[in-house]
Design a protein around this ligand. Structure first.
Ligand code: PBG
Length: 331
C-alpha cells in the first residue's frame, strides 16, 4: 500500500477529467460479458408481455430468429433459453424434458441454423416441465436426489443433441454435474460445456421468472430443501468446489446483486470462469423504479452491471443484455 498524505496526495486528481478517469478505471463492462436469457412459447406470431417484467416478452419460434437478431448484431456471445411449456405437457415426472422435439430443442435447432456462432445456454432442471413446479422428482413431499439426477442427465443429453452448447444445470441436486459430464462424454459430446448454477439460493427474487414460465401458481411449497439458505456463504464455496471437482467448466452465483459478496469469494478462492445471474426480481425492481421516474435509466442499468464485474464476474446473465450492449456501443 502506498502511504498517502494530504495535501501532497489528492485522490481527486485521478478523477479530474474523463480521460484520466478512463485511464485509471479498474473494471470494464464489454458486450463479451453479457448473456441474454429469453423466454420461448408455443404458437405462432406470439409476443406475450410478461406482466411482472416490463419490456420482457415470451416469443414463439416463428419470431425467434428476428427476436434474437439484435443480440447477434450487437455481438452478444450467448443467449439462455427458457421454454414456457404448455400446461397439458407438464406432468408429475416432467418427461417432456426428454422429448427431442420439445420447445427448447426446436428453439435450439432454429437458432443454430440461423446463427451458428451464437452460443446457446440450456437450463437443465425439471421445473418448466413438472405439474408441481419443482426442479426434480417428488415422492411423499420430498424432492428425490439421485432419481432426479438420473432424469436431469438425460435432459442434458437431449439438449446437447439439439445443439445446446453450454449445459447449465440449475436444479441444485447433489452430483448432477458429474452425472451430466459422464453422459455427455459417453455420447461424444466432449466439447459441450457445463456452466453450473453452483451457488443458487432459495430466493424471493425469482418470483417474476416463475410468473413468466407459469410455474408460480403450480409450485407447492418452496425450494429450500435443494436451493441454498440466503444466510450462508461458506457453504457456497463447498458447492462451487464440488461442481468444479465434478467437471464444471464455469460456475454461477444466483441471484446477483444481493450476493456480490459470494461472487467475490468464489472468484478469489477458485480463479475460475465465474458468472452471475441478475435475476428476474432484480430486473423488475430496477425497471419499476425507472418506469416511475425514480431512477435514471441508462446510468442505473450500467451501474447495476459494472457491479458484477467489480465483484469478480467474467459474465452476467441479464434481461438487460441487449439494452446494455446498445449503450456500450454508443460509448
Ligand atoms: C429454474 C430456474 C429459475 C431461474 C432460472 N432457472 C427459477 C427457480 O429456481 O425457481 C430464475 C431466473 C430468474 O429469476 O430470472 N430452475
Amino acid at each position: 500500500m502506498v502511504r498517502s498524505s494530504f495535501p501532497h496526495t489528492r485522490l481527486r486528481r485521478n478523477r479530474f477529467d474523463d480521460a484520466t478517469r478512463r485511464l485509471v478505471s479498474e473494471t470494464h463492462l464489454h458486450v463479451d460479458n453479457l448473456i441474454w436469457p429469453i423466454f420461448i412459447c408455443e404458437g405462432e406470431q406470439q409476443r406475450q408481455k410478461v406482466k411482472a417484467m416490463p419490456g420482457v416478452e415470451r416469443v414463439s419460434l416463428d419470431l425467434l430468429v428476428e427476436h434474437v437478431r439484435p443480440a447477434v448484431e450487437l455481438g452478444i456471445p450467448a443467449v439462455a433459453l427458457f421454454p414456457v411449456t404448455p400446461l397439458e405437457k407438464r406432468s408429475e415426472t416432467g418427461e417432456e424434458a426428454l422429448n427431442p422435439d420439445n420447445l427448447m430443442c426446436r428453439a435450439a435447432r432454429v437458432l443454430k441454423t440461423a446463427y451458428p456462432h451464437l452460443a446457446l445456454v440450456g437450463d437443465v432442471a425439471l421445473d418448466p416441465y413438472t405439474s408441481h413446479g419443482h426442479d426434480g422428482l417428488i415422492k411423499d413431499g420430498h424432492i428425490l436426489n439421485d432419481e432426479s439426477v438420473d432424469v436431469l442427465r438425460h435432459q442434458a443429453l437431449n439438449q446437447a443433441k439439439a445443439g445446446i452448447d453450454i449445459i447449465a444445470p440449475s436444479d441444485m441436486m447433489d452430483g448432477r454435474v458429474k452425472a451430466i459430464r459422464s453422459i455427455l462424454d459417453e455420447h461424444d459430446f466432449h466439447t459441450t460445456r457445463i456452466m453450473a448454477y453452483a451457488a443458487k439460493y432459495a430466493s424471493a427474487f425469482y418470483g417474476p421468472f416463475r410468473d413468466a414460465l407459469g410455474s408460480n401458481a403450480l409450485l407447492n411449497g418452496d425450494k429450500k430443501s435443494y436451493q441454498m439458505d440466503p444466510a450462508n456463504s461458506d457453504e457456497a464455496l463447498r458447492e462451487v468446489a464440488m461442481d468444479l471437482a465434478e467437471g464444471a467448466d464455469m460456475v454461477m452465483v444466483k441471484p446477483g446483486m444481493p450476493y456480490l459478496d459470494i461472487i467475490r469469494r468464489v472468484r478469489d478462492t477458485f480463479s475460475v470462469p465465474t458468472f452471475a445471474y441478475q435475476v428476474s426480481g432484480e430486473y423488475s425492481m430496477i425497471m419499476a423504479a425507472i418506469e416511475n421516474g425514480w431512477l435514471e435509466r441508462e446510468k442505473t442499468i450500467l451501474e447495476s452491471l459494472i457491479a458484477f464485474r467489480r465483484a469478480g464476474c467474467h459474465g452476467i446473465l441479464t434481461y438487460l443484455a441487449v439494452e446494455a450492449a446498445r449503450l456500450l456501443r454508443g460509448r
